[in-house]
Design a protein around this ligand. Structure first.
Ligand code: 5GP
Ligand code: MG
Ligand code: MG
Length: 190
């Protein structure tokens, strides 16, 4: 009898951040945000679809004060390498004028996405805007970017899981894992 596969996807290389580490860090971030926004009148967590969904739904459970949630969908042109051109595919619904906004993304790579969206949101006159990201790849930054609430800094791997995908696969993994890109190409003939 063959052993059950170690991971549900054959292209997974190894676990980079475990489920327990994520739980622990999300809890800490929620507590910090709860404290930092103790005097805020209107707090909005604004997530970038679709990668931030698992993160934002876990994070909001750890925020022990009134808040609302909204989403935007954006994409950067030119395949897997970020190009610096960020397109808004679907905008948020909330009028953020006067609100305290936390922009939530799954991972900061070049930094163009968060940098561009943050600038766009500033034009809409929120009371404040901060950035929260589950993961950061500091070696890859191409723009100067400040992350106010960060889960984990990771080396330059392509990772999936906990909402992050490769060609829409891997989002359901409860941990962050690196992808064996050669194997992925073999399996999906990409
Ligand atoms: P940036 O604009 O910072 O270069 O790219 C940010 C976006 O690229 C992320 O929100 C994410 O969608 C995608 N991305 C960057 N690195 C990775 C990665 O290692 N894994 C996955 N699944 N997506 C990534
Ligand atoms: Mg993204
Ligand atoms: Mg993706």
């Amino acid at each position: 009898m063959r052993d059950a596969p170690k991971f549900p996807y054959a292209f997974i290389d190894k676990i980079i951040v475990s489920q327990e580490e994520i739980d622990q860090r999300v809890c800490e971030l929620g507590e910090t945000i709860t404290r930092d926004y103790a005097n805020s009148e209107n707090l909005l967590l604004l997530g970038l679809l679709r990668g931030s969904v698992m993160f934002i739904t876990d994070l909001m459970r750890k925020i022990h004060r009134p808040m609302t949630m909204d989403f935007m969908s954006v994409s950067s042109y030119a395949g897997s390498e970020s190009s610096g051109f960020v397109r808004i595919d679907s905008d948020h619904k909330t009028n953020i004028h006067g609100w305290d906004v936390i922009l939530v993304d799954d991972i900061v790579d070049s930094g163009f996405t968060v940098h561009t969206v943050r600038k766009l949101l500033l034009d809409r006159k929120p009371n404040s805007i901060k950035v929260c990201a589950l993961l950061d790849k500091p070696d890859r930054h191409k723009v100067d970017i400040h992350i106010d609430y960060l889960g984990f800094s990771i080396p330059d791997y392509f990772v999936v899981g906990y909402g992050l995908d490769i060609d829409e696969k891997g989002r359901n993994l409860p941990y962050i894992a690196s992808v064996d890109l050669e194997k992925f190409k073999q399996i999906y003939k990409k």
